[in-house]
Ligand binder design. Sequence first.
Ligand code: CP
Ligand code: NVA
Length: 326
Amino acid sequence: MAANLKGRSFLKLLDFTPGEIADLLTLSATLKANKRAGVKGMAMEGRNVALIFEKASTRTRCAFVTACFDEGAHPEYLGKGDIQFGKKETVADTARVLGRMFDGIQFRGYSQDVVETLAKYAGVPVWNGLTDDWHPTQVLADLLTVQEEFGSLRGRSLAYVGDGRNNMANELLVGCAKMGMHVRVVAPKSLFPKPALVEVVRDIAAGTHGAVTITDDIAEGVAGADALYTDVWASMGEEAKIPERIAVLKPYKITRQMFQQTGNAQAIFLHCLPAFHNHDTDMARQFPDICEVENEVFEGAQSRVFDEAENRVHTIKAVMVATIGR
Ligand code: CP
Ligand code: NVA
């Protein structure tokens, strides 16, 4: 690991240089190979890690927990309602208390301001496990998955198709641009990313030989893409918007035909998960038209979604080892 990230928080990829991100990916690949080979790590022996969750989670929670155990750390899950956080005690006070007891703190919740405040006051590294604005640990796993598939990131193109202004779209724009990729957001105009962010990302891409395309034209947006990526049409906390999102995003559902439109037989499918791809969940039964990806694509040969999910643990482990490891 060339970059020294000891003591740093991991709040959004915007805060990291391309070299630091590349180093985290290299460390992730090493930790993955070690785990596969049965080599036990002890880089976080004796460390205590707090995991604060205001929103539900399967992958992020389980990746933090298993990554801690793999490297000798103790994880403590603090769910919504378990602690005084934000109700009876300020975020700054909770941060200072947890910072005296734990070596690192993961936060998943709504406001980016909260995770930034935690990091400001805790005195130990804080890791963002998803806010309304960003999802940096997910995009690290996505980049690792693309790198494993194609051997490198630079010059590869990823088209994110769907809700272009959510945490995943924002973080993919930044992460892919930082790594010199051609990142496209393909969305209806009403869900285009914020212009200020697009400006920032275009500046980043100008310095990395990357490129940025924002379009509502599916054929233009997916042509030549190496990866098609999508996410749910309504994120956690936006459940009331499901009907309007279905109406506007239905044409942007990822289908076999859309894969043909890439003109790239090697193109892969990515999704951060959880995904609506059939009607076997309670929410999908309630909203039969909610389906951002055709089941045939999700289950098809080009799908890498479960590699991507597994990579959450290796990349999250790398972030913790790099920032609080011995
Ligand atoms: N992709 C992701 O963050 O999944 P969870 O919401 O299950 O953690
Ligand atoms: N955009 C989604 C991502 C889930 C991992 C959400 O915030 O619900």
